[in-house]
Design a protein around this ligand. Structure first.
Ligand SMILES: C[S@@+](CC[C@H](N)C(=O)[O-])C[C@H]1O[C@@H](n2cnc3c(N)ncnc32)[C@H](O)[C@@H]1O
Length: 302
């Protein structure tokens, strides 16, 4: 398959560098990409920095529209913020793509004890570490995105051993693997993308977890339509609008008093998501924000 490497080079003031990098990353995520490569901003003047974020666009019939949307979103960002964006495009093939993003994905420690190890990196575990071996391929969920990292932290904090866990929109399966290794007795995952379901199953297997029976199941379905039981802890790291749509039905799959962890929410949409969850019988018990992303923990009223 052919890919177009799309780089957004941004220049801004050093104090705004992190926010600018997040805003540029969000352009790619809003276009539906599941991962980006970020290069750390470097100084170019007394207070000026230059950074670059790269995304890989599949060369297909949607490419021209995606490229136009990218250009429009980058100029919109420059109009609203003190960030100057320049776009550069380089064609590349599958081989380049595979190596390019793998070069930027390292072993990461998340939360108290979770370690995400890309399958092509070595890691000698420390005592007590919960190591997730992962090759995310085309699926979302490497742990590098703040929303995944916050969900992992909340799963580590709130999952009680021996309980039941469901991940809605499981992507690479990273949260399912974390939950199982942290002691969940039942681990289910759903995704509406067939590629994600296949990659999640492969990642579960490389961590010694086999999907198939009632203890571990992975389904291709829209949200919780095919889920016929309730869980103690449910995660949904999807976009705000999708969480709002999920809220109407999610109470059915969370036990009374059980928890729902939601992320993928950007700050301007936090109030909308909180209001909907509250209206659907949940109390917000914890909020965490990283960069511009929000993670909510909500308890289903008993
Ligand atoms: C942001 S990724 C999260 C992946 C992983 N759970 C994590 O936290 O990194 C969102 C996932 O939700 C899936 N998704 C989006 N809409 C969905 C829907 N309506 N039903 C099921 N899955 C959905 C996407 O295919 C994608 O894999």
């Amino acid at each position: 398959m052919q890919w177009l490497e799309a780089g957004i080079v941004f220049e801004t003031e050093d104090l705004f560098a992190q926010t600018a990098a997040e805003l540029v990353c969000n352009i790619f995520y809003d276009l539906g990409l599941s991962g980006v490569v970020t290069e750390d901003p470097v100084p170019v003047s007394d207070h000026g920095v230059r950074g670059r974020v790269i995304g890989y666009l599949p060369v297909d019939e949607a490419l021209e529209q995606t490229r136009a949307d990218l250009e429009q979103m980058a100029s919109g960002l420059s109009a609203r913020h003190p960030v100057r964006c320049t776009l550069e495009f380089t064609p590349c093939d599958d081989q380049d793509w595979a190596n390019a993003w793998k070069d930027h994905f390292f072993v990461q420690k998340i939360g108290r004890n979770i370690v995400v190890r890309p399958t092509w990196r070595d890691h000698v575990p420390e005592p007590g570490e919960v190591v997730i071996d992962l090759d995310p391929g085309m699926a979302f969920g490497t742990g590098t995105h703040p929303t995944t990292a916050m969900c992992l932290e909340m799963v580590e904090k709130h999952l009680a051993p021996g309980t039941a866990f469901l991940d809605v929109g499981t992507g690479s399966g990273i949260l399912m693997i974390a939950a199982q290794k942290l002691g969940a007795k039942t681990v289910w995952g759903v995704d509406n993308d067939g590629v994600a379901v296949k990659i999640a199953a492969e990642n579960l297997e490389r961590n010694g977890i086999f999907a198939g029976g009632n203890a571990c199941r992975i389904m291709r379905a829209d949200l919780v339509t095919g889920v016929d039981r309730a869980f103690d802890l449910v995660t949904a790291n999807i976009l705000s609008e999708v969480i709002v749509a999920l809220a109407d039905d999610v109470g059915r799959v969370v036990v009374p008093g059980g928890l729902l962890v939601c992320s993928g929410i950007i700050e301007p949409k936090q109030a909308m998501v909180e209001a909907k969850l509250t209206a659907c019988g949940f109390d917000i018990i914890e909020r965490k924000t990283t960069d511009l992303w929000v993670c909510l923990v909500a308890r289903r009223t008993p």
